[in-house]
Design a protein around this ligand. Structure first.
Ligand code: SF4
Length: 178
């Protein structure tokens, strides 16, 4: 009240109501060593982002005011993308739940890659179709499909499309298109 009367904040909604603790706070972007321009990976809107880095670690991600797409804004998902990089709940190992299993287990990457390759080869062989029931040449497999997530970037999608098409798969989709 005293601060309201003495100062310029007569309505008590600014400096007069601020504690010393709040006054001492600084934005977490202020101490960043560098700021890297990026694009939100979550959806096809492609909002511009500013990635703040301190001591080699991402400390904050904000909307980029210079982006003609989003003009500094991010939706709640884009605003939370810092957690995509920094969350301690982020999964960093290969997780596997075997048939009829009830628990997830860790697998080393080489084992997982071998298992995937074995399954791809076997499935392609089992479901390969040279021609359809009217004798038209198809040379395809309907046994393999791909559904990508929006955090895949253009280059990854390009390579996946190439790989799956080369294998004869035709059901190749991405979450951002659905
Ligand atoms: S901030 Fe939201 S709307 Fe923008 S690209 Fe990311 S997910 Fe899409």
């Amino acid at each position: 009240m005293l601060r309201q009367v003495r100062g310029r904040d007569r309505l008590g909604r600014g400096a007069a109501a601020q504690s010393a603790h709040t006054r001492a706070l600084t934005p977490r972007t202020e101490t960043a060593d560098r700021v890297v321009d990026s694009v939100c990976p979550f959806c096809a809107v492609g909002c511009g982002q500013k990635v703040y880095v301190e001591d080699g670690r991402v400390t904050q991600i904000e909307g980029d005011p210079a982006s003609p797409v989003s003009r500094g804004r991010l939706c709640p998902k884009g605003s939370a993308s810092t957690q995509l990089v920094t969350s301690d709940r982020r999964v960093t190992t290969v997780r596997y739940r075997r048939p009829h299993g009830t628990e997830w287990e860790d697998l080393d990457l080489d084992t997982a890659m071998d298992m995937i390759a074995d399954r791809v080869v076997a499935t392609r062989r089992r479901h390969w179709e040279w021609e359809d029931d009217q004798g038209r040449r198809t040379r395809r497999t309907l046994g393999i499909a791909s559904l990508g997530g929006a955090t895949l970037d253009n280059e990854e999608n390009y390579l996946m499309k190439k790989l799956y098409t080369a294998m004869g798969a035709i059901q190749i989709e991405n979450q951002a298109r659905i």
